[in-house]
Design a protein around this ligand. Structure first.
Ligand code: AP5
Length: 224
């Protein structure tokens, strides 16, 4: 008889700017999990000039969701990499009911189960404030904010010391509005889906990064 796979699978759910990426990176260090951001994987495919990248570039620039088939295939491939065997944090996946069902099927195949789905709640103003000041280190991907999380040393990444930074093409005001509509119409039904499954935890994501992180860690620890 094979033993069940007990590695953690955490899902962070929330609108653009809720702090999914910020919190995933903190949880990754604390729990030794691998952060899987479908947004990052898609942006990498655009940078690489692949056929997938060419197919998704304009969709992402307009703030619309990429088709389920493409995203599910990218996620499925990445989850099969050996570094994901010890557990993952899914940041930005699933985003539709069809993606959620595909994930259920994938986990059934690997013998894994969802440990918790953390739904991060922020209001629209906070979301826009956070996105409009966001930038990341081009070297290591560490995320910053002009006001809420500035660099400690001028022009140097706190994490890797790099000096090149990037702002995302889809962080313009009109695109952010489109992303929020997509979230409300396509992704928010997942809150009910995971609530019925008994794995949902709601976390108020309006406060400071560290306080939110403590709430999430307490939620995860209580479910271990
Ligand atoms: P994706 O890259 O996933 O973007 P998103 O979901 O819109 O989320 P963000 O990355 O904008 O926000 P976040 O919640 O991670 O916030 P962050 O921690 O950075 O997706 C981009 C696009 O890819 C989609 O629009 C779609 O086209 C496509 N895509 C991706 N996945 C897909 C899927 N599954 N299906 C289909 N299409 C898909 O924080 C934001 C800023 O706020 C940062 O500067 C941070 O420093 C700051 N901050 C964070 N928390 C706090 C806090 N508590 N207080 C103050 N500042 C804070």
């Amino acid at each position: 008889m094979t033993s069940p796979n007990t590695s953690k699978v955490l899902i962070l759910l929330g609108p653009p700017g809720a702090g999914k990426g910020t919190q995933s990176r903190l949880l990754e260090q604390k729990f030794g999990l691998v952060q899987l951001s479908t947004g990052d994987l898609l942006r990498r495919s655009i940078e690489s000039g692949s056929e997938t990248g060419k197919a998704v570039e304009s969709i992402m620039a307009e703030g619309r969701l990429v088709g389920d088939d493409i995203v599910i295939s990218i996620l499925r491939d990445r989850m099969r990499d050996s570094d994901c065997a010890g557990g993952v944090i899914l940041d930005g996946f699933p985003r539709t009911l069809s993606q959620a069902r595909a994930l259920d099927q994938l986990l059934a195949e690997t013998g894994q189960q969802i440990s918790a789905v953390v739904s991060l709640a922020v209001d629209d103003k906070k979301m826009v404030d956070r996105i409009s000041g966001r930038f990341t280190c081009a070297g290591c991907g560490e995320g910053y904010h002009d006001t809420f999380k500035p660099l400690e040393a001028a022009e140097r990444c706190d994490n890797c010391g790099g000096s090149e930074f990037m702002r995302r093409a889809d962080d313009k005001a009109e695109t952010v509005a489109a992303r929020l509509i997509e979230y409300r119409e396509q992704t928010s039904p997942l809150i009910d889906y995971y609530s019925h499954m008994g794995v949902l935890a709601n976390v108020d994501a309006m406060g400071p990064i560290e306080a939110i992180n403590r709430s999430i860690e307490a939620t995860i620890s209580s479910r271990s």
